[in-house]
Design a protein around this ligand. Structure first.
Ligand code: GLU
Length: 468
């Protein structure tokens, strides 16, 4: 069998949204699963709405998601000659003809059809007139008037269209620019695409495209029309359901693998498994398990999945994705080993990288910033004696490891008669500025002796300076 060739052909009229990213992902995964090829094409013929900024945004989002392509990017605006050659072939073979009907003629035809209770459409007036090319002539496809056109859809099963419902649609405008369906089919044929996975909002284009394939003598690709992604109210997903752009999720601190995992589950399943690594998805993805019903986008589920991916990601991966967030908080070029140790203490406690960065900042502050409430509650005179005693115990430790740190606390508890909780909270505020943080033993281990002692001394000095 020929290798699978899939494609993603976005129209660059905006950012890459969640639905588009899912389509890209399905095509990419299927190509990777089958060791086939994945083609990227920009359908930029709508020059009014297509922008370079959108092209760049789409590349950026695909790259962030780790969706790479083997072929392209192609731009439809650079392929007009290829489309024209195919249009000429259709005219030469009698599958297309020049039509000189004016917009007023068309309007009158539509009104007549409506008056008869028919679907408004072109009545085929120029179909057999053999008109020559002329400046004001469009080119129409000679569609069959009887019979049916069937999409053998691998997701939805056979979808039957009556040919008498279709009219002789335009394939080339009078200014020589090809129309959308023609360009798509010529691209898919000439790029060797044999598997088309796309949103089911394109189902109504597909019979026209099938007729063009047949007229051009090309084999049909496999079609898989995937149900749209819906919001929680079951309306088609849109901005009012929350962040829609893939890179917004990057900026909110999501890992690309978590977004990938979530997107794929919006329309594909493998038993009741929810968590997948990228490699697992490539190994398991298949067209058979694309669902017939629409996936509902649930931001809470995505958040939970992100937390799971953060828990299982390698420290290197987390460090890579965390750095921009730390940079935004003023932490630049952290020492890799120190950062890695800090990440380990936060990995099971962070749902997003934004949260992780917030939680990590104290590790890097020269002077910890005390949260006002935390300082008021815990850096009080009563904490001074235990803090000073603990400082002395820690100073006395030759080696600074889990056992010696714990011993210093045990000695402090014995000396002061306080429970660990009573000592831990002032220590936590001294070390982190906050009342919520990873475990204090872990923090002390990461900070090391010098930083720990400096922070504890500063807290003790702060209490002493305020007096009682
Ligand atoms: N350019 C179309 C879109 O962005 C995709 C067309 C197709 O997949 O055939 O929706």
């Amino acid at each position: 069998m020929d290798p699978v060739v899939t494609r993603f052909p976005p129209s660059p009229t905006g950012y890459l949204h969640v639905g588009g990213a899912r389509t890209a992902l399905f095509n990419w995964l299927y190509a990777r699963h089958t060791a086939g090829r994945f083609v990227l094409r920009l359908e930029d013929t709508d020059v009014q709405r297509s922008t370079q900024a959108s092209v760049d945004a789409i590349f950026e989002a695909l790259q962030w998601l780790g969706i790479d392509w083997d072929d392209g990017p192609y731009y439809q605006t650079q392929r007009v000659d290829v489309y024209r050659a195919h249009i000429q072939k259709l005219v030469d073979r009698g599958h297309a003809y020049y039509c000189t009907c004016t917009p007023e003629d068309i309007e009158a035809m539509r009104n007549e059809a409506k008056a008869r209770g028919d679907k408004p459409r072109y009545d085929g007036r120029c179909r057999d007139k053999h008109r020559p090319p002329s400046e004001d002539a469009v080119i129409r496809f000679k569609a069959p008037r009887t019979g049916t056109t069937v999409i053998e859809d691998v997701v939805k099963g056979p979808i039957v269209f009556q040919n008498d419902e279709l009219d002789d649609f335009i394939i080339c405008r009078s200014d020589g620019m090809p129309m959308y369906n023609l360009a798509v089919v010529v691209d898919d044929i000439t790029m060797g695409i044999n598997t088309v996975i796309r949103g089911d909002d394109h189902v109504n284009n597909t019979p026209k495209q099938i007729l063009l394939y047949k007229a051009l003598g090309a084999p049909l690709p496999v079609f898989a029309h995937v149900p749209m992604v819906l919001g929680s109210d079951r309306a088609r997903l849109s901005k009012r359901h929350g962040a829609m752009s893939v890179t917004e999720y990057r900026d909110m601190g999501y890992l690309p693998d978590a977004v990938l995992n979530y997107l794929v589950r919006l329309g594909w399943s493998h038993g009741d498994q929810e968590f997948f690594t990228r490699d697992e998805l490539i190994a398991k993805f298949s067209l058979e398990h694309i669902g017939k019903s629409a996936g509902v986008f649930d931001p809470q589920k995505l958040l939970a999945l992100n937390a799971d991916h953060i828990k299982t990601a390698s420290i290197e991966t987390l460090a890579l994705h965390l750095k921009p967030f730390l940079g935004a908080l003023g932490v630049d070029n952290p020492d890799p080993a120190y950062l890695g140790a800090a990440i380990e203490t936060l990995q099971t406690r962070s749902k997003t990288l934004l949260e992780m960065a917030d939680g990590a900042v104290f590790y890097f502050q020269a002077d910890v910033v005390y949260e006002e409430k935390a300082a008021r509650k815990f850096l009080k005179p009563a904490a001074l004696e235990p803090l000073r005693f603990l400082i002395a115990q820690l100073e006395a430790q030759g080696v600074f490891n889990d056992a010696s740190i714990e011993a210093a606390f045990v000695q402090t508890m014995e000396k002061t008669g306080l429970k660990l909780g009573k000592i831990a909270q002032p220590v936590r505020v001294a070390l982190t500025g906050k009342t919520v943080s990873p475990g204090i033993f872990e923090i002390i281990r990461v900070l090391g002796k010098e930083k720990t002692l400096a922070r504890l001394r500063r807290a003790a000095d702060t209490i002493a300076a305020h007096g009682d």
